[in-house]
Design a protein around this ligand. Structure first.
Ligand SMILES: [Zn+2]
Length: 507
């Protein structure tokens, strides 16, 4: 049990949590985004981040401070919070990135953690090896051994109240990511950054990102706060939160601004290409793109960085509200429509529906069927599993239409795409209260057919008749032979005749 992290609300594997950072005397609400501060180049001053953007945690690089004479002594004398003029919590990186870039750095884990402690960091990082994607398995395994040793070295450090990161590596090998997660969770360390995923994001490989994160999460415990290291583009935050990531860091807001790039929730735009701003943040509501282009380089970069942060924090608030309302999947569906790479990422997420389902609350606010992918949501999976536990009579009619008044069957159940069959008593319980389109698509009908098949398999003694209209051949092909299918119209007609016949007989 990790006492410094408490989970308050959940939706799928996503959660709203509270991370206690004792050395800073702060409790951070997660999901949280930490702006990355380059101590040598403050695009937006940390004090302004705190007052104008409500930033209560940021991240900076202790190795840069260690290697820069001008600021190292000041950091040691006055402390990091004074150096950056920031009162919130500060996480520090260790130089692992520089190690990966340049092949060598001149500090050990013990030395750099001691340094992070001495300059007053609130959350410190050992020198792990950020193994990039697609390397040989041998290299990924060898480097993971070094990372595991760095975690052990960090565990041996005296750090007082300072929290420690336990990075999870393993490149693009899901089993190594899972092993790394399990190893990290078994240490006494406090936070769990999933590392070396930036190349995946830079190349828009969101499906591979999802697989790497899902694997790491399988190894980690549910109460481990997880940091998706290097992730801060607003486009992908909802997807990452849905996988169970709690912390993000954004260097993107500043780096993209320097390159004249404007962040949105559905991708990145070049300022040069914009005639109108699709945003109402303080920067965009007072200027046109032409106004911004006319500014001098430094001002334009700062203003663009401010917009980039505003749009990122706005998305984070939207995500938290969606978790609270139980509508995060609806938000991800909208994001998946914004960019083909996000569509890939969403479909990869649904490949892990069973894993997400394990943490999903049984009842949520709403289920909007908004695309064929909705048919693969964890709630549909759960309903199919629940069918095993329902009692069925000897003869059962499953009907897509209104229930016949005087039935020849012991019971009449509804069948609706994508859920499939359910007794009328469950109609008012989540997720069967879903808002569904009037024109079910093939994927929804196929999912409903899978539900019918599950019910039939669990109840071999029940004679089942299925009454549906206009189902796609692919859906009908999934119905077992022993189930009789009829058209809805035929059943309704027979029932009407039957009722009329009874009426006659009573006269
Ligand atoms: Zn804006």
């Amino acid at each position: 049990m990790r006492e410094h992290f408490e989970i308050r609300d959940a939706d799928g594997a996503a959660r709203i949590g509270r991370l206690s950072v004792p050395r800073a005397g702060r409790t951070i609400e997660t999901p949280a985004l930490m702006p990355v501060i380059n101590p040598n180049r403050l695009t937006i001053e940390p004090a302004r981040l705190e007052t104008e953007f409500d930033v209560d945690i940021l991240i900076t690089n202790s190795y840069i401070i260690h290697q820069t004479d001008r600021i190292r002594q000041q950091a040691l004398d006055d402390g990091l919070h004074d150096l950056l003029d920031f009162d919130g919590a500060i996480m520090t990186d260790s130089g692992s990135f520089q190690l990966a870039e340049y092949g060598d750095i001149d500090v050990t884990t013990e030395e750099i953690i001691r340094f992070q402690h001495d300059i007053g960091s609130d959350i410190a990082t050992p020198v792990d090896i950020p193994t990039p994607p697609d390397v040989s398995r041998e290299r990924a395994e060898d480097e993971l051994v070094v990372t595991e040793q760095a975690l052990a070295d960090a565990e041996g450090c005296e750090v007082g109240e300072m929290l420690l990161n336990a990075p999870v590596q393993g490149s693009t090998y899901p089993d190594l990511r899972e092993r790394a997660g399990r190893h990290a969770a078994a240490t006494d360390l406090d936070l769990f950054p999933i590392g070396a995923v930036v190349p995946l994001m830079n190349n828009y490989r969101y499906d591979d990102l999802v697989d790497a994160v899902a694997a790491a999460k399988r190894g980690l415990d549910a109460d481990c706060p997880v940091h998706l290291f290097g992730a801060g583009h607003p486009m992908m935050l909802a997807l990452a939160v849905a996988l169970g990531c709690d912390l993000f860091d954004s260097a993107a807001y500043a780096l993209y601004a320097r390159a004249g790039r404007y962040l949105t929730v559905s991708g990145t735009q070049q300022l040069d290409d914009l005639d109108y701003f699709p945003c109402s943040c303080p920067i965009c509501s007072e200027r046109t793109p032409a106004d911004l282009r006319a500014e001098d380089d430094d001002t334009r970069e700062r203003l663009l960085a401010e917009h980039n942060l505003h749009v990122t924090f706005e998305e984070l608030r939207r995500i938290k509200q969606a978790i609270r309302s139980g509508t995060l999947f609806e938000l991800i569906e909208r994001r998946a429509r914004g960019h083909p790479a996000m569509y890939d990422g969403y479909r990869a997420l649904l490949d892990h529906a069973d894993q997400l389902e394990a943490d999903d609350p049984v009842s949520k606010g709403a289920f909007f069927y908004a695309s064929a992918e909705s048919a693969r949501r964890p709630e549909v999976r759960r309903h199919h599993q629940r069918l095993d536990r329902l009692e069925t009579p000897e003869t059962l009619l499953l009907t897509e239409g209104g229930a016949p008044t005087d039935s020849a069957y012991d019971e009449v159940w509804r069948v609706r795409a994508p859920f499939g069959p359910f007794p009328r008593a469950l109609a008012d319980s989540y997720p069967l209260t879903a808002t569904l389109p009037d024109r079910p698509d093939r994927a929804g009908q196929c999912a409903a057919a899978d539900g019918v098949r599950s019910l039939a398999a669990a109840n071999p003694g029940t004679t089942i008749t299925l009454a549906v209209d206009d189902w796609h051949d692919d859906a009908l092909a999934r119905i077992p032979d022993r189930i009789e299918t009829e058209s809805l119209a035929a059943v309704q007609e027979r029932e009407t005749d039957g009722a009329a016949g009874d009426h006659d007989a009573n006269q």
